[in-house]
Design a protein around this ligand. Structure first.
Ligand code: PEP
Ligand code: MG
Length: 575
């Protein structure tokens, strides 16, 4: 049956391929069909995982037996042991494997969903709440299974044409998928500037979030057309629709080829103003795309991605190697390394660090200052890398001047420790701050004295100005870069920085969206940083812009007091 789903397109392009479902679990799990002769070893793998978890629970029980909360915690562990031993979970999951010839991870999550549905029916609120315990027990089993991979799935059948369909993906999940050859991502949840969407965009494949129930409605291997521009998924299209999209896909491919011709062109407006177009990256391997798209520097290296998908922290040498590799490959062009922005959706330990309101919590520079040793390690690694290229330090989420002063002191301390050890570094390394909290934007004059450059993080600036959680699709429609408060703040930051002769760049998603290129040029912006794959379309827009015309419309947009009027003016500006 053919049907259409609508969501928020977060990465442009058209993909045609077959659905590959990820499980409904918090830990996303893939579904594999096993050869018949692998079924019994898969059942044993599940039994081993159950035994491991039982032992873990027993060890935990023994360790808390004398502690102050022993009674409560002991009862909780007993409950988990009971769930683990309940045949509705373990035996049923094994039967599921043999009946469906599937991997153990998939079987256990399916059985968990059956149990959760039964819990939903229970009237007693206390008992109903026990479903959280079921989820936790299954997660323990999953972690044990994932730590002992068994059946290794064969490469995707149709290499290069699988489309990942998931309920939700964390940025850490998406970064792992960098190694897979999915041609598109679809998720039920997510906002368009969530980190998950941003990472998907960096992969340069069409992606749609906020589809609500795609994971339920789409089946493994369904033929899908994903239109990332319109946010539309067509499931099992008929022949006519299929050929129409195939044609459109080919046209887009041709356009992309044509764009490559401006790769080495300097980004200069029609009236002769030159603009710097830098790239945002997450990992050193992204440099290849940076080169392919002709960026003149790295405007944002989101270093926190080095810290994800692992059980330990990267040590100083590992970090140094990553930063140094980027600095060397950029051959003297600027490389701006943002110190780790962990703590919201990018967590080191999801169990421990989740707060009720993480975007307002211990995030980014706040976390760095709360964990000085971890910060010191990173600062030393960045400083060491500064000897091998033009490295700059960027501090995320500044909200008060004392955070800058403390950070500067810690940078000095890191420098002194390197001096003592006679390790070379750039003594004049530039230090910039991200302006992404309205408080910082509003008293920019105080902040600017202490910084060499500013970087406007529009993703967070919009989130904090409009009080819209950027990861929550329920409020995604209110996330408005054209809100007058947002436009006035951005214009104010650029104008004030210009006045004080402090270089300023925009590195949030607005910088890579051609809808806003002329608007930002009109505000006076001369440095943009975006995903490498967005760079050439932005460059084409710069090459076609005439600043005196742009400034005329931008002034009117800033004065506009009605959204409709703003949109009309923006359309005129972009024509
Ligand atoms: C931003 O907030 O605009 C930004 C670039 O940082 P991040 O998206 O990583 O929070
Ligand atoms: Mg940010």
């Amino acid at each position: 049956m053919s049907f259409v789903l609508h969501g928020a397109g977060v990465s442009e392009g058209i993909a045609i391929g077959h659905a590959h479902l990820a499980s409904h679990a918090a830990l996303e799990v893939a579904h594999h069909i096993l050869p018949r002769n692998k079924v019994s070893s898969e059942i044993s793998r599940l039994s081993t995982a159950f035994t491991t978890v039982r032992e873990e629970l027993e060890t935990l029980h023994a360790s808390v037996i004398s502690g102050p909360a022993s009674a409560e915690f002991g009862a909780f562990l007993d409950l988990h042991r009971m769930i683990l031993d309940d045949p509705t979970l373990s035996s049923a999951a094994k039967t599921y494997i043999s009946q469906n010839q599937c991997n153990a991870e998939w079987a256990i999550t399916q059985q968990r969903d059956v149990l959760l549905a039964q819990f939903e029916e229970i009237e007693d609120a206390y008992l109903r709440e026990r479903k959280t315990d079921v989820i936790q027990v299954v997660e323990r089993v999953l972690k044990s299974l994932l730590g002992h991979p068994g059946y290794v799935p064969p490469p995707l059948k149709r290499a290069g044409d699988s489309i990942l369909v998931a309920h939700d993906l964390s940025p850490a999940d998406v970064i792992q998928y960098k190694q897979h050859r999915f041609t598109a991502f679809l998720t039920d949840l997510g906002g368009s500037t969530s980190h998950t969407a941003i990472v998907a965009r960096s992969l340069n494949i069409p992606s749609i979030v906020a589809l609500h129930n795609a994971r339920q409605l789409i089946h493994d291997n369904d033929l899908l057309i994903v239109d990332g521009n319109q946010g539309v998924v067509i499931v099992n299209p008929d022949k006519h629709v299929f050929s129409k999209y195939r044609l459109r896909q080919n046209q887009l491919e041709l356009e992309n080829q044509k764009l490559k011709r401006i790769k080495t062109k300097v980004a200069t407006t029609l009236d002769g103003t030159t603009v710097e177009l830098h790239a945002n990256i997450e990992l050193p391997q992204d440099i290849q795309q940076v080169k392919e798209n002709g960026a003149t520097g790295i405007g944002l290296f989101r270093s926190e991605f080095l810290f994800l998908n692992r059980d330990n922290l990267p040590d100083e040498d590992e970090q140094f190697e990553a930063y140094c590799a980027v600095a060397q490959k950029m051959r003297g062009l600027p490389v701006t390394i943002r110190t780790f922005d962990l703590g919201v959706d990018k967590n080191l330990d999801s169990d421990k660090r989740v707060a009720a309101n993480p975007a307002l919590g211990l995030r980014a520079i706040r976390l760095s200052l709360a964990e000085p040793q971890m910060f010191h390690t990173q600062l030393r690694a960045i400083l060491r890398a500064s000897h091998y290229g033009q490295v700059r330090i960027l501090v995320p989420m500044l909200s008060s001047v004392s955070e800058i002063s403390q950070t500067l002191r810690l940078i000095e301390r890191a420098k002194e420790s390197l001096l003592d050890e006679r390790v070379p570094f750039d003594a004049d390394i530039q230090i910039g701050g991200m302006i992404e909290i309205p408080a910082a934007a509003l008293c920019l004059d105080i902040f600017m004295h202490k910084l060499d450059f500013l970087s406007i993080g529009t993703n967070d600036l919009i989130q904090y100005t409009l009080a819209i959680d950027r990861t929550d699709d329920a409020v995604a429609h209110l996330y408005d870069p054209l809100h007058p408060a947002v436009l006035r703040l951005i214009a104010h930051i650029i104008r004030s920085a210009d006045h004080a002769r402090v270089p300023v760049v925009v590195c949030g998603e607005m910088a890579g969206d051609t809808l806003f290129t002329r608007l930002l040029l009109g505000f006076g912006l001369r440095q943009f940083s975006m995903y490498p794959t967005q760079l050439l379309t932005v460059k084409r827009q710069v090459l076609r812009s005439h600043l005196p015309d742009v400034i005329y419309f931008v002034k009117k947009i800033l004065e506009s007091d009605h959204p409709e009027n703003t949109h009309t003016l923006l359309t005129k500006l972009n024509n």
